[in-house]
Design a protein. Structure first.
Length: 202
C-alpha cells in the first residue's frame, strides 16, 4: 500500500475541486484502492465520499479562428470584412469588448484572449476561480513575436531592443493574460508540440 499523493502523476489526475478521477486514464485505476489505503493507514471510512467518477470528457465550447472567419460551436459569428486592417482587432470590436490592454498584446495573446472570451461566455461569474486551470498548446511557440523582436536587434548599427515586444517572446504569456482577465487562480501551462493531442493535455 502507498499514499497516492506521493506521486506527481496522481496529483495531476486527482483533483478534489472537481471530481476524483477519469476512467479514460489508465492510472490511477479503481478508486477503491485509495479508500483502502486510508482505511488501513488512518482508519478512515469516509475518504473520498461524495466524489464523482468522470467517465467521459466533456467539451462545452469550441472556438475556431481562421484567417477569414470566427466560429463558436460550429456557428460562424464573424466573417472578415476587408483585407485591410487587423482581423483580430475586427473580431475584438465585433464582440463589443472593452479591454484596452488588448491593443498592447502580441498576436498569440490576442488570439488566446479572443478565444477565451467566447469559451468563457455563459460560465458562471465569480470574483475568483481557484478551481479553473488553463492548458494551451501550439506548434510554433511565440515565433511570430520572436521574429518581430529579432528585427529590433539584428542590426548592430540600429540596435533598439523593445521591452514591450520582448515580454511576449514567451509563449505562456497568453495563459497569464487569460488568467488575469477571467480571475483564474489555478495552474496554467503552455505546451509546444508538432501535433495537437488531447490525450497529452488531459
Amino acid at each position: 500500500m502507498y499514499d497516492p499523493s506521493e506521486f506527481t502523476h496522481q496529483r495531476g489526475v486527482l483533483h478534489e475541486k472537481h471530481c476524483f478521477y477519469n476512467r479514460d486514464m489508465p492510472y490511477p485505476g479503481d478508486i477503491q484502492r485509495y479508500k483502502d489505503f486510508y482505511k488501513l493507514n488512518y482508519n478512515r471510512d469516509d475518504a473520498y465520499t461524495g466524489y464523482e467518477i468522470m467517465d467521459k470528457k466533456y467539451i462545452h465550447s469550441v472556438v475556431r479562428i481562421t484567417n477569414k472567419q470566427l466560429l463558436h460551436n460550429g456557428s460562424v459569428l464573424l466573417t472578415k470584412s476587408s483585407e485591410e486592417g487587423s482581423w483580430l482587432v475586427e473580431i475584438y470590436r465585433g464582440l463589443n469588448l472593452q479591454y484596452p490592454k488588448f491593443f498592447k498584446m502580441d498576436n498569440l495573446c490576442k488570439i488566446g484572449f479572443l478565444a477565451a472570451e467566447l469559451a468563457m461566455s455563459g460560465v458562471e461569474e465569480r470574483s475568483e476561480r481557484p478551481d479553473f486551470s488553463i492548458l494551451l498548446s501550439n506548434r510554433s511557440s511565440s515565433l511570430d513575436n520572436d521574429l518581430s523582436y529579432q528585427e529590433t536587434i539584428k542590426d548592430q548599427n540600429n540596435y533598439f531592443p523593445s521591452p514591450a515586444v520582448f515580454v511576449y517572446t514567451l509563449a505562456n504569456i497568453v495563459t497569464g493574460e487569460i488568467a488575469i482577465r477571467h480571475k483564474i487562480k489555478g495552474e496554467t501551462s503552455f505546451y509546444i508540440d508538432e501535433e495537437f493531442s488531447v490525450s497529452k493535455l488531459c
